[in-house]
Design a protein around this ligand. Structure first.
Ligand SMILES: [Zn+2]
Length: 206
């Protein structure tokens, strides 16, 4: 067994605050209690880079509790909003993302912009969370693979569950594509895959 995968305090805090914004503080409280994480009620992690004890399985425990309470369909909408908020915060805070957002504004071809934005966001994500991110391109589609995805680690489900990541990728791609791409989670660790895999289909620019 490897070491228990962790995230920064800030990453877990951003996730909880993102949930507060969508379902309210009471809603998040209910999820923390249900997920066995009552110690965080009224006591969110600080906004620091510390990685002591913030386990990836805590993200997944909260997400599982969300599915229990709101169902798959309700959770999908909630998590996509949470993921977008996480990416927005990342765009504000992460120097590498800001630089790329600016560079992406320049007149690079669409595919190059998308590749840059996905790779730099993957790096920014890996700075905060113990994930392994790979980006590949096949013709007009991009694939993003995440090993040790925090949202489904240790969870078994019959369908993919990582809607927060879909919201995240949509938000970071917005500046590169104008938000016209389609993103699907085509494989998920929750359904037994080795890595969560997202397919990004670009729609032609007008
Ligand atoms: Zn997944």
């Amino acid at each position: 067994m490897g070491k228990e995968p962790q995230a920064t305090a800030k990453a877990f805090r951003t996730f909880l605050v993102g949930l507060d914004d969508v379902i309210g503080v009471r809603g998040t409280e209910q999820l923390l209690r249900r997920g066995g994480l009552a110690q965080y009620i009224g006591n969110y992690p600080p906004s620091t880079e510390a990685r002591a004890g913030y386990r990836l399985r805590d993200f997944s425990a909260v997400t599982q509790a969300l599915f229990d309470v709101y169902g798959a369909r309700g959770s999908k909408a909630i998590l996509q909003r949470v993921g977008r908020a996480q990416a927005s915060r990342g765009l504000e805070e992460s120097a590498s993302l800001v630089v790329v957002a600016r560079a992406a504004m320049k007149l690079l071809p669409l595919h190059q912009r998308v590749q840059m934005v996905l790779e730099s966001s993957g790096r920014a994500l890996a700075e905060q969370v113990d994930v392994v991110v790979r980006v590949t391109r096949e013709r007009d589609e991009f694939y993003i693979e995440l090993e040790q995805c925090p949202y489904c680690i240790g969870w078994e489900n019959s369908a993919p569950v990582c809607f927060s990541m879909i919201g995240f990728w949509h938000r970071v791609l917005q500046r590169a594509t104008g938000g016209t791409e389609t993103i699907e989670e085509v494989a998920c660790c929750a359904t037994g895959a080795k890595a969560c895999r997202y397919r990004v289909t670009l729609n032609p620019e007008e």
